[in-house]
Design a protein around this ligand. Structure first.
Ligand code: FES
Ligand code: FES
Length: 163
């Protein structure tokens, strides 16, 4: 058994889990954060992407014990004060989803893309960096459009926060 302690969406949590417990299992089963999805057993789909210490990670590829001591953010931790995160809002406005299964992972990956490439990230870079996220419905066009729009909005909020 392993003792894990981490911040999940800003809240300190501690638990004793089986050594083999994956981070995605810990989030879904121990914390009831079921917005993080499991879409494959081959680490290919990206439905399970969360942020660990600010970086996108496929939570099916990491043990809960490996995340101990980290700050973990899931899709449930993005909205604040009754407002969607700008990237969530962009997916809503630009129809970046159909069934929604891949969407939490897409949005968490998208925010990481913007954090790495900035608010003017181009379409080619977005498509390249989304290679680890599979959508079975949309054909990606509106997802890419949503991310480009969300990136601009995130740039605006970052600027406002700095002013
Ligand atoms: S469930 Fe993690 S990559 Fe598919
Ligand atoms: S919206 Fe259905 S899998 Fe992407």
């Amino acid at each position: 058994m392993a003792k894990v302690e981490m911040n999940v969406n800003g809240k300190a949590v501690a638990a004793t889990v089986d050594d083999r417990t994956l981070l995605v299992e810990f989030l879904r089963e121990e914390r009831n954060l079921t917005g993080t999805h499991i879409g494959c057993d081959t680490s290919q789909c990206g439905a399970c992407v969360v942020h660990v210490d600010g970086k996108a990670v496929k939570s099916c590829t990491m043990l809960a014990a490996q995340a101990s001591g980290s700050d973990v953010t899931t899709i449930e931790g993005l909205a604040g004060g009754g407002e969607l995160h700008p990237m969530q809002e962009a997916f809503r406005q630009h129809h970046g989803l159909q069934c929604g299964f891949c969407t939490p992972g897409m949005i968490m990956a998208a925010i990481d893309i913007v954090n790495r490439h900035g608010p003017d990230v181009d379409e080619k870079t977005i498509r390249h960096d989304l290679e680890g996220n599979i959508c079975r419905c949309t054909g990606y066009h509106n997802i890419v459009k949503s991310i480009a729009a969300g990136a601009k909005e995130m740039g605006g909020s970052m600027k406002q926060a700095a002013e």
